[in-house]
Design a protein around this ligand. Sequence first.
Ligand SMILES: [Zn+2]
Length: 101
Amino acid sequence: MARDESINPRAFRVHFAALGWANQIGHAEFGPGDLAQMLGIGYGRAADKAADKAVAAAKSMGLVGPDSGLRCLTLPGTMFQKGKGSVDCKYHGARIGQGAA
Ligand SMILES: [Zn+2]
């Protein structure tokens, strides 16, 4: 990984965003444009595109689940703490016990 120039440093910030905002089923939902803003990229379509790239990089590195996107980041059950937040995800239509990563 140390030599891999395709690694996007923003991917780690995506991971931290997922960790920080994940609910009890490991989903961190974001409003339109919110993730790009949170990653310090900014607002607008170009920012969303850059954020999307960061999410794709995080996915390829296994830092977030494969169904992650700009509107929701998912984490494997081993990576997040249970017991806080809601137990469902409106974006993925997932509830605790069904379809949680
Ligand atoms: Zn979700």
